[in-house]
Write a protein that binds this ligand. Structure first.
Ligand SMILES: Cc1ncc(COP(=O)(O)O)c(C=O)c1O
Length: 356
């Protein structure tokens, strides 16, 4: 097949819109690291306003917003509590330990939500023997939990508990607008239950690069210093910020479409075999698909699907991740289902044959 592959590996593959490219050409070119840049300032103000926080700082990646938040919140030697499937813990190369000097404790979680009793028990004050809990982190929507969204009331309870115990809270909201769309609310309603929050304009919102860390003004000032320390200060960042502004203005409301295509995909996969996924558990634009543990692993499944023109990511030994986005419509979903069905029939047929 010579057609362009259907790329469901991530929503980061989205290309900038024409309006973004246009705005990038016309953007201001101030040196953000020296005198500040007008477009970067405008994006930071808009991000802060949309998240209901006092201030925001523009950064090159979601990983950096998390790292800088950890550096700005966490006390050296203190303990960071987060769910054991958190992106911060599993996919950010241990920056939490290597660069912040904090310890971390991954807690068991259900669809990204830590067990609240365990969380309560895990929070501890400093003594001569330990430095105590220094930060609690949440993640919504949750990447490893297949795009699961933390319930509003859960975030509220975690934040209340943290405040009672005097511990700050950071939220990895790389896809916070997907979470808000799924809950039919505004991102700021979710962000009220966290002291700081990072989100990406580079994912489903289609901007080429960029993430924003939002919080109160004092915290963001401190974060700016850490951003500089880890090399995240940018110079003529206006064109990147310009694309981010268009992303916030034009791309948030359409995310629901990605959730609908994800539903179509999940239902179609379920029709192929009920064990593949549960459409009721698909809340946003990520579909986690369990492939059978016997036979090929997820990497082999991904390679086989690639040959049929569909690109997906192995996310666990026996699970694949399909992510819908702006370039995936119903036609791409139907073609994906056809390709998966053919491969499934071949693989299951092969297994059946090998039993004889
Ligand atoms: C939940 C979550 N947090 C953080 C990140 C990191 O973002 P970036 O790739 O921009 O560093 C990702 C990326 O996929 C993510 O899914």
């Amino acid at each position: 097949m010579n057609l362009a592959p259907i790329d469901l590996r991530s929503d980061t593959v989205t290309r900038p819109t024409e309006a973004m490219l246009e705005s990038m050409r016309e953007a201001s070119l101030g040196d953000d690291s020296r005198d500040g840049d007008a477009t970067v300032r405008e994006l930071e103000a808009k991000a802060a306003q949309r998240l209901g926080k006092e201030a925001a700082a523009f950064m090159p990646s979601g990983t950096m917003t998390n790292l800088v938040a950890l550096l700005a919140h966490a006390q050296r030697g203190g303990e960071v509590l987060l769910d054991s499937g958190a992106h911060i813990l599993n996919s950010e190369l241990g920056g939490i330990a290597a660069l912040t000097g904090a310890f971390y404790k991954g807690l068991p979680a259900n669809r990204g939500a830590m067990d609240l009793e365990l969380l309560n028990d895990a929070i501890r004050g400093g003594t001569r023997q330990n430095f105590g809990t220094t930060l609690i982190c949440m993640e919504t929507s949750h990447n490893r939990a297949g795009g699961a969204v933390l319930p509003f009331s859960y975030m509220e309870r975690v934040y209340r508990l943290a405040k009672e115990r005097g511990v700050p809270v950071h939220t990895d909201g790389a896809r916070i607008f997907n979470a808000a769309a799924a809950l039919r609310t505004e991102a700021r309603a979710l962000a009220q239950h966290t002291d700081s929050i990072g989100f990406c304009v580079s994912k489903g919102l289609s901007a080429p690069v960029g993430s924003l860390l939002c919080g109160d003004a004092t915290f963001i000032e401190r974060a700016r210093a850490f951003r500089r320390m880890v090399g995240g200060n940018m110079r003529q960042a206006g064109p990147l910020a310009a694309a981010g502004l268009v992303a916030l203005d034009t791309m948030v409301d359409r995310l629901e479409q990605d959730h609908r295509t994800a539903q179509r995909l999940a239902r179609g996969l379920q029709e192929i075999d009920r064990r593949l996924c549960d459409a009721l558990e698909v809340e946003t634009n990520i579909v986690k698909v369990e492939v059978p543990a016997q036979g090929r692993d997820a990497a082999a499944w991904s390679a086989a699907l690639e040959k049929r023109g569909v690109r997906v990511s192995p996310c666990e030994r026996h699970a694949l991740r399909f992510v819908t986005h702006r370039h995936i419509g119903e036609a791409e979903i139907d073609a994906t289902l056809d390709a998966f069905n053919s491969e499934w029939t071949r693989a299951i047929g092969g297994n059946a044959a090998s039993r004889h």
